[in-house]
Design a protein around this ligand. Structure first.
Ligand code: ADP
Ligand code: MG
Length: 436
């Protein structure tokens, strides 16, 4: 990682309004933020909270409505010559080869012709595109095109590299390999970049890559919390330390205010009440969250929801209970409101949803207990009968049986445990999908 010191960038009370007249609204409100040399910072938040807006302001592509942007202590005027942005999908020139696409950026920087070619080849080599210099963009996979985008951004040797959801349009494997390559460039100090600011709505990605995570919320867009990630690279997603940091981020996004044992109940066998899992289908829960996400303020009157969603009220109450248990929504004075985590879930891809769901399940005491039990069992498997018998110490017989069924369904959705119907056995789901 490039060592440098001092403050590279500072935002002071930055606000951005869009629209005119009645349509005018505040997209970003009074954001203070600073970025030091040597830092990799992630901006995490649901869509529409103003992440891209902030990146454009920081790179000088648009001036804020109010507030100050300082770069190395000086007010930023016009486009920031020290910053480069990589977007979700990079617009490459289809009629130019891969190498020519990178050379264009070098030309724009005033690099003489004779130097452009070796420089471009070197950059392509560094992002792992050795041998593809003369290919055209259409011949490349999405992941490879994004690498060309990185090479082009790096060609200007930016002090500040801004990344706007750079991995979110890629398939799981390409995204993961590109993350690894970027981290290698960054931690190896082989690029002159002094700081990276990465926008993402992927919690795992933020914890995996960044030194500091700024959590944003919308309505209006603002920074609500900061989490330091003090873990050495390469980071192990399965380590306890990684889980601890992720949990903190999840808790912030879930707006958790009470102690975990109060919010979530206790594990079976411990003193106190074990909260039963509400008997709902995860897809129905997703439906409720999507519905709320489409409403102004992500909020609804519960009484009116029964009509709007055409579900009976007892089913709705179970859905709401599940949403609360998992930190996706809050209920107060007859209204249900999505938490930022609920918004993130509603707007995530299927894989993203599974990852969020799994992370939350691991904190639900009944699941924690079940997973610990499985881990401690010979061959990490347990029979249905054993699990049910254990749960019958907490719940009435019929309820215990139902709890086992819900645990199977939820565990399968989150891919944290597997269940074999024929043999009636629970297994630990060992394959952990990275970074979705
Ligand atoms: P994010 O990147 O977090 O999804 P954006 O910065 O793209 O958020 O958008 C924040 C809010 O501002 C959204 O409500 C979006 O619709 C609105 N917005 C963004 N750009 C413009 C624009 N140029 N004109 C009007 N509204 C905009
Ligand atoms: Mg955006």
């Amino acid at each position: 990682m490039s060592t440098g010191n001092g403050k590279l960038l500072e935002l002071r009370g930055v606000s951005q309004a869009y629209g005119r007249g009645e349509r005018r609204f505040t997209a970003v409100e009074k954001v203070n933020l600073s970025l030091n040399a040597g830092e990799y910072v992630a901006l995490l938040g649901p869509s529409g909270c103003g992440k891209s807006t902030l990146l454009r302001i920081i790179s000088g592509l648009q001036p804020p409505t109010a507030g100050q942007v300082l770069y190395r202590g000086q007010p930023l005027q016009g486009v920031n010559p020290h910053a480069a942005i990589v977007f979700q999908t990079f617009a490459l020139f289809p009629w130019l080869t891969v190498q020519e696409n990178v050379e264009v950026a070098l030309k724009a920087r005033g690099i003489p012709t004779t130097l452009r070619s070796p420089r471009a080849v070197d950059l392509l080599d560094r992002v792992g595109l050795d041998g593809f210099e003369s290919a055209y963009p259409r011949e490349l996979s999405g992941g490879m095109r994004q690498k060309v985008g990185f090479a082009r951004a790096m060609a200007v040797e930016p002090e500040l590299l801004c990344l706007d959801e750079p991995f979110s349009a890629l398939d799981v494997l390409s995204a993961e390999s590109l993350r690894g390559e970027l981290l290698e460039l960054w931690t190896g100090g082989s690029i002159p970049t002094q700081a990276i600011l990465m926008v993402t709505h992927n919690i795992d990605e933020a914890v995996f890559m960044a030194d500091r995570i700024l959590v944003m919320d919308k309505g209006p867009g603002r920074v609500v919390a900061e989490v330091k990630v003090d873990l050495p690279h390469p980071r192990d997603r399965k380590s306890a330390a990684f889980a601890t940091v992720s949990d903190r981020v999840y808790a912030i996004l879930a707006g958790q205010t009470e102690a975990e044992s109060v919010e979530l109940g206790v594990a079976p066998g411990e003193p106190g009440r074990t909260r039963a899992l509400p008997d709902v289908d995860v897809n129905d829960l997703a439906g409720l969250l999507e519905w709320l996400d489409g409403l102004p303020g992500n909020r609804a009157d519960i009484y009116r929801l029964t009509d709007d969603l055409k579900v009976d009220s007892s089913h709705l109450l179970l859905l709401i209970e599940a949403a609360e248990l998992l930190g996706f929504a809050h209920v107060a004075t007859g209204d249900i409101t999505l938490t930022p985590l609920g918004e993130t879930f509603a707007e995530a891809s299927i894989l993203g949803r599974k990852a969020i769901f799994a992370a939350r399940l691991r904190r639900v005491p009944l699941f924690k207990w079940l997973l610990a039990l499985l881990k401690a069992s010979p061959r990490q498997q347990l029979s249905h009968a054993v699990v049910q018998a254990a749960l019958e110490l907490e719940f009435l017989q019929g309820e215990a049986e139902r709890q086992v069924e819900i645990a199977i369904q939820w565990g399968r959705y989150g891919e944290i445990l597997a269940y074999d119907d024929t043999g009636g056995m629970f297994y630990l789901e060992l394959a952990v999908a990275p970074g979705v």
